[in-house]
Design a binder for this molecule. Sequence first.
Ligand code: MLT
Ligand code: MN
Ligand code: ZN
Length: 304
Amino acid sequence: MRVIVLGSAAGGGLPQWNCGCGNCHDARLTGTGRTQSSVALSADGARWVLLNASPDLRAQVAARPELWPRGARGTSISAVVCTDGEIDHTLGLLLLREAATRFPLYASAGVVALLDGEWPVLRVLSAYAGVEPRVLPERAAIALADGAGRELGITCTAVPVARRPPRYAPRATAATYDVALRLVDQKGATLAYVPTAGAVDDAVRSVARGADLLLFDGTFWSDGELRAAGAGAGADAPTAREMGHLPVGGPGGSIELLPRLGAKRTVLVHINNTNPILSRSSSERAQVEGAGIEVAEDGMEVEL
Ligand code: MLT
Ligand code: MN
Ligand code: ZN
């Protein structure tokens, strides 16, 4: 199985358009930005599955020959799986509107409802080639397939992770929105993909156990990071935990807990532009690396 981190940043990207924090400033000066969260994977190297559809999808596809069209028109992107209904993981669906046929979209029942309701992506896209929503069952493996129903050689198990519904849907009913994914090819190579997790709990443990690669939520270093950066709504900015992101640092943070999960390799993804681990010379980055955990880069490729 081939895995490519297309985008390693959280919502907003690096630099974020309206952010003047040190990381965003440095990224502007040095041209070392990061695009928003997405991963591509393939069992056969020819047909690819996108894990989340980033607002930066167009640039991400342009940067990867694997994802370029075959022939006059066409695509090697065979399906999309969304782990949540947040803007940074779904806006890219609109950018696939030129597709010739309905695009298979795998997501939890709660996310399919959001995309058919408060955030009407499915309705808008129905005027184009359209999207075929396929609801991910909870805690049961399914074989991913392309639009014609041909299996892609990868099974996917979605496990609900606790998190509130997106900010645009405050009145959404209790349902499963965010999921962690365990993706396994026919040789048993296993990717655990957990871009948002408020805790390292049984759900995360079941997805990560024995995985060859764990891609995990690296959004924030500390709970009060957004507030300290004067970001979001300033003093009213939510904490990392309120947003459903377990901080990387500090007591009970993910660098303390992830090494116990037994994944062969652990890499942080969905990194917010305020996170000090983005600076290679920071003490926080040294702590992450000291724990045997890596920080993803855009374009990082892993063969499992
Ligand atoms: C998140 O992952 O917490 C969301 O994407 C935040 C956002 O960009 O609104
Ligand atoms: Mn996000
Ligand atoms: Zn910033």
